[in-house]
Design a protein around this ligand. Structure first.
Ligand SMILES: [Zn+2]
Ligand SMILES: [Zn+2]
Length: 287
């Protein structure tokens, strides 16, 4: 989620380099401007995939975790093209969709999945009470986006609906042979969730942690809670981080650097809305 801070440097070429650095295998990468190549699919391992939208500056990443019994789709993207068809290329099992949080760029494809979970603190945002207007959301969808031919942004609507299960944090999502822990990590938004797969050491960090500018200035953000959530993620014995935006060349140590920088801002009395933007090399925070 963001306004005008996207940097072209975090574009396709950078990400392709990142795949080489991270050992992620790019299995489908197309660049022609039509509906079928909106998504890029990369493989983390035999049962974990990244479904990305690189034609929007936010470079969203959704993650498909395939279990022996069922699958988990973490975030469903902008909703500009049909992510369901992409998922069906990879699995025919039942899919539970979950969002790291209820911002339009994470729930766009929820309309294709009848079984979806959401955090209690953001249910209102699925029920007509999202704090931004339709036009503001559309303006952010239009921002630096190479739309597929025929897409009519004037019809773009933020997904609304009722989840099949309400999450609070602490739940385990059982995929059969994979257990995914739900971590309530507020800060970017009140019901923000990270997902922790202890057995593989994978943390799916949503908008809490990614390279580029973190957003902690909206009224619905909470800089103090952000620090507490960064502390929780930094303490996990993780091996890989998987963000919802931008570069995939990101390692667990960044959570420690972010936590320490937030702590320093707090010590300086700057960890509050309106304090400004602070840059730390490969990331920044806008308070
Ligand atoms: Zn986002
Ligand atoms: Zn967001």
């Amino acid at each position: 989620m963001g306004l005008k801070l996207g940097l072209a440097i975090f574009g396709m070429q950078y990400c392709l380099k990142s795949f080489l650095d991270c050992g992620i295998i790019n299995i489908i990468s197309e660049t022609q401007a039509d509906m079928k190549d909106w998504f890029t699919i990369d493989k983390i391992d035999d049962t974990t995939y990244i479904i990305s939208e690189y034609r929007h500056w936010e470079e969203t990443h959704c993650y498909l975790l395939i279990g022996s019994e069922r699958c988990l789709l973490i975030d469903t993207g902008l909703g500009i093209c049909n992510i369901y068809d992409e998922v069906r290329k990879l699995t025919d099992k039942h899919v539970i969709a979950v969002a790291t949080h209820i911002h339009w760029d994470h729930i766009g494809g929820h309309k294709y999945f009848s079984d979806f979970y959401a955090h209690k603190a953001e249910l209102d945002w699925l029920n007509g009470k999202f704090p931004l207007s339709k036009q503001t959301v559309r303006d952010m969808v239009i921002d630096r986006c190479d739309f597929p031919e025929g897409f009519d942004v004037s019809k773009y609507e933020m997904f609304q609906g009722t989840p099949t299960k309400v999450l609070y944090g602490g739940e385990i999502i059982d995929l059969g042979d994979r257990m995914i822990e739900v971590l309530h990590t507020p800060g970017h938004s009140p019901g923000h969730l990270c997902f922790w797969e202890r057995e593989r050491g994978h943390v799916f960090t949503g908008d809490l942690i990614y390279k580029d500018t973190l957003f902690a200035y909206y009224p619905s953000t909470d800089p103090e809670a952000y620090l507490r959530s960064l502390k929780a993620i930094a303490e996990l014995p993780s091996e890989r981080l998987f963000p919802a935006h931008h570069s995939l060349d990101i390692r667990p140590e960044i959570a420690i650097r972010m936590r320490d920088a937030f702590r320093e801002l707090k010590a300086q009395g700057k960890l509050h809305h309106g304090a400004g933007t602070y840059r730390y090399g490969d990331w920044a925070v806008w308070l």
